[in-house]
Structure formats: structure tokens, C-alpha cells
Design a protein around this ligand. Sequence first.
Ligand code: ZN
Length: 550
Amino acid sequence: MRIRGINHPYLDVSLPAWNNLYQLRNFVDNLSDVTASDADGGPLEVRRVGSHTWHIKTDAVASLSLRYQVYANEPGDFYSLIDENHAFLNGANIFLYLEQHRSVPLRLEVAGLDPVWRIATGLDQDGSATAFRAQDYDHLIDCPFEISDFHKIDFRSHRVDFEIVYHGERGVEEPEKFRSTLEPLVETSFQLMRDVPLKRYVFIYHFTGGKRGGGMEHRNSTAINKPPTLKPITSARNYLGIAGVSAHEFFHLWNVKRIRPHHYVEPDWTRPIPTPALWFGEGFTSYYGSVILLRSGLHSPARFFRSMADRIGGIESRSSHRTLSVEEVSADAWRYTEPSYLLPENSYSYYSKGAVLAFLADLKIRSETKGRRSLDDVMRFLNWFYAKPGKGFEPEDLPRVFSSVCGCDFSEFFKNYVSGTEALPYQEYLALAGLELVRGERTAADFGFEASSNHGEPPIVARIDEGSPAAEAGLQLGDVVLSQYRGVKAGEELSLKVLRGGEEQELNFQTGKKEILTIQIGSLEDPSPAQHQVQRGLAEGDREMMSGEQ
Ligand SMILES: [Zn+2]
């Protein structure tokens, strides 16, 4: 790292402790051997002054070089990995920043590249295929790098150049099908937001490595990981699996990346920044991920309602939804690394409850305005008003915006269901679209233990029921569960591979039986024209399209 134009007796350089995952990950544990030298190679004094920060005495030099090593061997899209197959770099794991100059422009050069490897990133090139420029540090770390002999498919939509970059042995057997799955998602999203806020966007997919699946949003790119258990991407089902996470990450382009809580405008990267608004950032993005699939024709209305019913079931089956508001679980996102925090009595998903709140609010606005307005107008207003450099919304702005778009009062909705823990008024709101919630029960396997998984990582045993076959078989708290066990039925033999103290063990026991809640969304008989209108508006969006430029 070369730093020029220094005008200070010292410099502090730091590495972030988190990135878009909202949890402390202490990337600094993988960084070592920080040294600094002046233009002639003379050493400068470097001292570690905090868990994430080094203090460099500049000795009044105008420029200096900084060298350090990073160990990068974690697959998945939240981390970095360099091996013989590829390099995937998440800037927050790798690049130090200057505490006093986080906003200066940066230039990055990649050296020592295998001649068959190329570089994919959202950053623009700076004079060569291996040099890039970033307007500041936050821009740099919001543009991950895939460096390998990846495959690439290009397409253009609304004058935006899209790159689909994918890497891994279990690749895509029909690239054309891959492109034609993603293209309508992008088109639907632009139509929905009536906004095209960029010139280039890169979808990076890894079809190899790691046990976890998932995706991470960035300002003009996303990195999506499908675990190696996924079969080659040939069946329609697999394309749809990828479409779901892709639609979610692409919608983040607006919600979170441009419409941001003020907490995340130039945040401190070295400490937790809790916000009560993740139900909005993640939950509304989950809702719109499903809406985009519906309006793109990739999901049927039945499938859309099933995805909403599954989310309702997910919330209702966790007792904590009666004691914790969705603002509280949002602010607690930083505790997701604690397995016991993820037990049903201690937390629930702000993704799911946020998505359900979006669904209910959308039905309410559509019904109150007789189809003239919808939640889409809320998102477009927020985008118009808040998507500006240095600007973020305050959580208390939301009820005002919702009320003004709807022309109706949303303050009780926010007080009861966002800040409060009142039971959600499913039947009342679903009826606005001629729908109803149907509760039932079914028999499911009782494993005798609960294991919690942090963002797709292997689950960790967080509770064992006393006297259960799992307890008798010797399962222990903290065991990392390596087997896929969720599909095992009641009364079946379970052979569970676990990792304990670095060693694999196999435990065999029989699962018990328990009754669990099921939720479905059904249709009311003889819906009125008004109810029809709400449902149709949801499925079609508004007919007022953007002028059809490509
Ligand atoms: Zn997300």
C-alpha cells in the first residue's frame, strides 16, 4: 500500500471488524506483519494501538509504503479466499484504511496474476485490466473481486451493462437459460422503482466451496454462493433457487444501498452499529424479492402466497415474537453469532417479520387508496427523498412517509407491530385482498435438540432436551452438526455427524414425534371487485411503465 501527500506526523491505519453482515467478525485476526518504510526503503516505526488499528510515525516524509500479510482461506461471500482455483476478495477483510483520510480516492493494482485469470468487480478500470479506481475507501470495500478463469455472460437492460460472472466446477450447462432467468428480474425491478441508478452491475456467483449458501449485497454488484451440494444448474428448479436470492440482492441496490438508515451512512467499521431498522432493510427487500419473482412470471400467485405463509409460520412458531418487537430483534442482529441467541424463545427473523409487515402494509395501502397507491409508491418516495450522498432516514421518518403516501394513518401500525409486540392482524388485512389465513397442525420429527445456524453456516447445538434420545446418545451443547437432518421424519433413525473439539463423531438415535403449526393462505369465497383489484395490483404492479428504452 503506497500513501502519498502525507502532511501529518503520524497516520493511523485500521481494518474493519464487520461488513454488510451486521456482525463483528474481527477480520484483523487474519492480518499480520504490518511494516512501513519511506520512499528510500528506510523503516518507519509501526505500533499496534488497538485491536484494529496501527499507528505509524511518519517522520515528516511525504510518502510511504505499507506492507502486511492477510491469510484468506474462508469460502463464502462474506469472506475472502485465495487458492489454486480462484481468488475472491471482500475488501473489508483485506484492505486497511487511513483513519484520518477515509474519503480520499484510491487506486488499486492487482499484480502477479495467473495469465488465464481475469478480474470481475464493480469498480471501474483505471487504464488497464488490472488497475481500478475507487472514489473512497467505502467504495473500495463495497466492490468485491472475483479473480479466476470464470465464465461470463453479458447483457444490457435500460442502458446498464450487466455481467453475470460464475465460477465453479458445478457450473451452468445452459448459459442462455441463466441469462433469461436474471434479465426479467432486473427489468421488473427497474420498472418497480422507476429508477436506473447505475451504469454497470456485476452478478458474481460461486458454485463451489463452502458449506454455506447465501448472498451479499453491494452498491453495483452482488456475490452469491450456492453450496457444492447443489446439482449442476440445469433444472428449472435450480435456476429458480438462484433467481430468488438474485432478486433479493438486486433489490438491495435501492433498499439499504441507497435508501439507508442514517446509522449506515459512513459507519464506524470497528464497532457494532445496531439499528432498529433492519426489519425494513432486509425484510422489505425479502418481500420485494418475492414480488419481483411474481411480477417477472417466475413465481405463480400461489407460490407467492405460499412464500408469505411460510414466513408467517416461521414467526408464529417462535415464542419470542410475543415478547420482542421487530425493532428489538433488528438491533440484536449483532448477537447472531451466539447460538443460544438464535433459540426460538430468544429471537426470530427480522427478514420474515419485515417481509410480512411489508405484505400487510401493501394490502392496506392498495385497499385504502382503491388501487391508486401501493407500497411501491412508498419505496419510490423513499428513494427519491433519501437516496442521496450522505443522507439516511431516521426510523421515525417511516410512519410519516407511509401515512402520507397512503393518505391514511400508519402511526398505530408502527406503534403496535413495529415498535410493539401486538399480534399481527392477518385476517383483517388478508381479507382486503379476498384472502384468509388457515392455521393447522402436522406431525413432525422431534429431534430432542435445537441447533442454530448463523447465515447458512453449519448449525451449532444450542439446546438438548433432558432425557431425549439425542441426550442419551451423547449429543453435547456446542457440537457442530455436519449432517443434513432437517428432512428426517418422525420415528426414523437419525445418524448425526457432529464436529466436537476438531474431531468428527457419529451419533445414532431415533427421532420422536411432535405436532407443529402449519400456515396457509387461502382465498375467501366470492371476492368483491375491490378485493380482486388489490390482488391484481399486487401481481401486476402499476401499468404506468417507464419509457421503453433499452
Ligand atoms: Zn439481504
